[in-house]
Design a binder for this molecule. Structure first.
Ligand SMILES: Cc1cc2nc3c(=O)[nH]c(=O)nc-3n(C[C@H](O)[C@H](O)[C@H](O)COP(=O)(O)OP(=O)(O)OC[C@H]3O[C@@H](n4cnc5c(N)ncnc54)[C@H](O)[C@@H]3O)c2cc1C
Length: 394
């Protein structure tokens, strides 16, 4: 049996980009996912590219590289990612603290500017709900998440990469070295394994006795049927995003162990009302975030649908009644808003790439840098993303 240079576990955005970049460096790569068309976080993502949102040297560099890569990615991969640039509208509610929000947005490389209700409606005529007093706006990138994964996958296969549909049940560990992966049928050997399994990464690594500070929300949204009669020009999200506070609370080191047992609701759920329309005219209306441990928790579907629709009614009323289907998917996040990328300490032969906040902007350059490092080009930027940065707190 072939020993691959790399086995990549997970064909969401992260695994798709990483496997392509590794193959581009001439490495032999096996990309494994449990589903041919996974209903994963990537599948239900808005696909927004916040390239304006760098706040330090590291994130500003990644934002610049990320948007430059997206602008030519369709040509590079030979497949249309549906990249475009549009206006992002970050809606301000009547009782939001405008000054506090303005101070917060001032820290970004390109600070979004405040516009009043009339100007916001001129940019987005569908923004007629009473919960909108104005908005911050900035140019934002956008792709179809499904198209980006297809583009990476097709380019990967053209480079000779191998894909396999199988559930990875664990990794092969011989003393302190990982030598491959396990499925229900057999073991597959590799020089190195990259765990790019999003919210599933923590559970998968636990099978090898490796603990990583990766957490997840269960995101809920409505995916509408194609609505060609409706045109949402912008990507709409709230200026006061509650998800970031939720993630900070749910990932405190002192409650980390809760995440190893299923069934805990770590923090009360939140909703960030927003919407995006895709080129095929369907829309995503989102999103509720729960921090429930374990990956198989149940949901009160009808209560969630009502909560999503009534929130949207306050912002984009004409969209709130569109027919659609409710979906739920786990989305990984880290404790400090930056992904965990690189080798895991205490065990050889295995790397992690998960916990992204804003993978659509950060990932393309990180995947490229990761693959270059894999063939011997050291990269200081990746050192800052090392999972080892949390060791002191463990
Ligand atoms: C509603 C919503 C809106 C979002 N909007 C944005 C946005 O605008 N911009 C942005 O940057 N991000 C956004 N995100 C976040 C972003 O979509 C995710 O962070 C990203 O897609 C995660 O990619 P991933 O590859 O890490 O994980 P996933 O897409 O979840 O992929 C993980 C894959 O691993 C596979 N897998 C897991 N375990 C195994 C196993 N044991 N064996 C085999 N395969 C396995 C799964 O099947 C899955 O396909 C949004 C997310 C949601 C839900």
């Amino acid at each position: 049996m072939q020993t691959f240079d790399w086995i990549v576990v997970g064909n969401g955005l992260v695994g798709a980009a990483a496997s392509y970049e590794l193959a581009r460096q001439g490495l032999s790569v096996l990309l494994v996912d449990q589903h041919l068309t996974p209903a994963n976080a990537t599948r239900y993502s808005y696909g927004g590219i916040p390239y304006w949102a760098g706040t330090c040297d590291l994130t500003r560099t990644l934002c610049q590289e990320g948007i430059a890569k997206h602008r030519q990615l369709s040509a590079e991969l030979g497949f249309e990612t549906q990249f475009r640039e549009l206006d992002l509208l970050l809606t301000v509610a009547p009782d939001d603290d405008l000054q506090a929000l303005a101070a917060e947005y001032a820290q970004f490389a390109t600070p979004p500017r405040f516009i009043d209700h009339a100007e916001a409606q001129a940019l987005e005529p569908l923004l007629t709900g009473p919960a909108v007093a104005g908005a911050f706006t900035v140019r934002h990138g956008h792709v179809s998440p499904v198209a980006v994964v297809s583009a990476y996958n097709q380019a990967f296969q053209r480079l000779g990469g191998t894909r396999m549909i199988a559930q990875v049940t664990g990794v092969v560990r011989i003393k302190d070295r990982i030598t491959g992966i396990l499925t229900a049928e057999q073991a597959y050997p590799a020089q190195r394994v990259l765990v790019a399994s999003g919210a599933f990464s923590r559970q998968l690594l636990a099978t090898a006795g490796v603990k990583v500070p990766i957490y997840h929300t269960q995101a809920e949204l409505i995916e509408t049927l194609p609505a060609p009669e409706m045109t949402l020009r912008t990507l709409v999200m709230p200026a006061m995003t509650q998800r970031f506070e939720l993630e900070a609370k749910a990932s405190r080191p002192e409650i980390d162990d809760l995440w190893d047992e299923p069934g805990h609701e770590v923090t009360p759920s939140i909703i960030d009302g927003g919407a995006i329309q895709f080129r095929d005219h369907h829309l995503c209306l989102g999103q509720i975030s729960h921090t429930v441990t374990g990956l198989d928790s149940s949901a009160d579907t009808s209560a969630s649908i009502q909560r999503l629709r009534s929130t949207l009614a306050g912002i984009l009323p004409r969209l709130s009644t569109l027919p659609g289907h409710w979906h739920r998917c786990p989305v990984s996040f880290s404790r400090d808003g930056l992904p965990l990328v690189g080798p895991l300490s205490g065990v050889e032969g295995i790397d992690l790439m998960a916990g992204f906040n804003g993978p659509f902007v950060y990932l393309p350059p990180i995947a490229q840098r990761f693959a270059q490092a894999a063939v011997g080009q050291p990269d200081d930027l990746l050192t800052a993303l090392s999972p080892g940065r949390f060791l002191a707190e463990a």
